[in-house]
Design a protein around this ligand. Structure first.
Ligand code: CMC
Length: 388
């Protein structure tokens, strides 16, 4: 019997496929523009805070002072993690990848919640906010446990950025470091229908609970073509080691068809506006921390890559400097993608809620090109090889 073929177009990678209307994020990939709920990323990075931006993304408007106080108070009340979760973190192998730990921990939060599933959208937001607030506590607790120290509980009255830096070391963080971290969180909070946001949307469309939704996002974000690129980009800069090695690295990589991490984007065909902001922050931080060689090496890679990729739409993306910034803040490389989660939960939540307001189960199709109607062979007569 012959294979069934339908006259269809296959959208591999779902390039240019729209899955919903949205009022959350607008990207102009040709003009280097990014807006959250209508506000430009440059305005938000200059004037907003991560908490305020999260509120904007999730609820749709910039909060009044009392709305913001209530929101930050809620996050603060959720930030502590229960002893059962700490026990679980203690039992995980210290060599675990922190993204695996985070995925496991967020999933476990769902097990500890007596009522993880709800149809009520406000209750869903509340569960997401609890996860958002707990993620810095989980990441820092695991970081301390794996280095033989005791976890430090949140201090209270601090922002997501400040608490994260505080719980890593137990020291009051430098206000400029907190500012840089805060801006980095704003820049990573949302980015339209990227792979992890789509994964969250698919999971939510089945009416699964928010723990499952966010766990899906974490699993999807961790790949090196998505959130994991920031770690890979920093490792490249550290391996290259000196600006004088940059050009030979780039030429070798491009000759061998290897990708330069922190370059290229499915949507931006010019400069990623987040990259421009992070590069400036990175330059300032490099001078402040006396790490100009690291920054200069990244800059030399960028200059060389742009020279050799001239005429292509491959430009630096957000990840070309985010890893350097986090590294200069004293953060371990494998915590960079967990930091991305610590911020992107806002965008995942905003899109999930927006989609659920007019839900439709996401169920695309695959065009079957195999055989059908084959006779079932007895085990002793099977070839043990793929079908011809
Ligand atoms: N270095 C060298 N060549 C590249 C790169 C790169 N970073 N990115 C794309 N290309 C080339 C690619 O080899 C291909 O060339 P050819 O047509 O000769 O085979 C061409 O550009 C088109 O590649 P593509 O994979 O079809 O392009 P895409 O738009 O699907 O790629 C991407 C998007 C992000 C997967 C890709 O640019 C990439 O792998 N970049 C490196 C990883 C990275 O930095 N990811 C972070 C993305 S931003 C943060 C986030 O959203 O999570």
């Amino acid at each position: 019997m012959s294979t069934i073929r339908e006259p269809v177009v296959i959208h591999k990678g779902l390039d240019n496929v729209y899955v919903k209307e949205s009022k959350i994020c607008y990207i102009d990939g040709e003009a280097s523009k990014l807006f959250y709920r209508g506000y430009s990323i440059e305005e938000l990075a200059s004037h907003s805070t991560f908490e305020e931006t999260s509120y904007l993304l999730i609820y749709g408007w910039l909060p009044t002072e009392s709305q913001l106080d209530q929101f930050t108070g809620k996050l603060e009340s959720y930030r502590v993690i229960e002893p059962r979760l700490l026990d679980l973190l203690r039992k995980l192998p210290p060599k675990s990848d922190p993204m695996d730990v985070l995925r496991t921990a967020v999933s476990a939060l769902g097990v500890y919640d007596p009522q993880p599933a709800t149809d009520d959208l406000d209750a869903r937001i509340d569960k997401a906010l609890a996860i958002l607030a707990k993620v810095p506590t989980i990441i820092t607790a695991f970081q301390r446990l794996r280095t033989g120290s005791d976890p430090i509980p949140p201090k209270g009255h601090m922002t997501q950025a400040g608490e994260f830096l505080y719980m890593l070391t137990g020291h009051e963080p430098d206000p400029h470091d907190v500012h840089v971290m805060d801006v980095a969180l704003i820049l990573h909070a949302e980015h339209e229908m990227n792979a992890s946001t789509f994964a969250c949307t698919v999971t939510a469309s089945t009416l699964a609970d928010m723990y499952s939704v966010i766990t899906s996002g974490i699993g999807t974000l961790r790949g090196p073509l998505h959130g994991g690129a920031n770690e890979a980009a920093l490792r490249t800069v550290l391996d290259v080691g000196d600006p004088s090695n940059a050009d030979s690295y780039v030429v070798d990589a491009l000759t061998h068809k290897k990708r330069i991490m922190g370059f290229g984007h499915r949507v931006y065909k010019t400069w990623d506006p987040r990259y421009l902001i992070l590069k400036k922050l990175g330059e300032e931080l490099a001078v402040k921390k006396g790490q100009t060689k690291l920054f200069d090496t990244a800059l030399a890679i960028e200059t060389s890559a742009r020279k050799h990729l001239e005429g292509t739409p491959i430009f630096p993306n957000v990840d070309s400097y985010s890893g350097i910034v986090f590294h200069m803040l004293g953060i371990e490389t494998d915590l960079f993608t967990p930091i991305f989660v610590m911020s992107r939960i806002s965008g995942w939540t905003a899109h999930t809620i927006e989609y659920l307001e007019a839900n439709r189960l996401i169920r695309p199709k695959a065009l079957y090109v195999g055989k059908i109607g084959l006779p079932y062979p007895p085990i002793e007569s099977r070839s043990g090889k793929p079908q011809e």
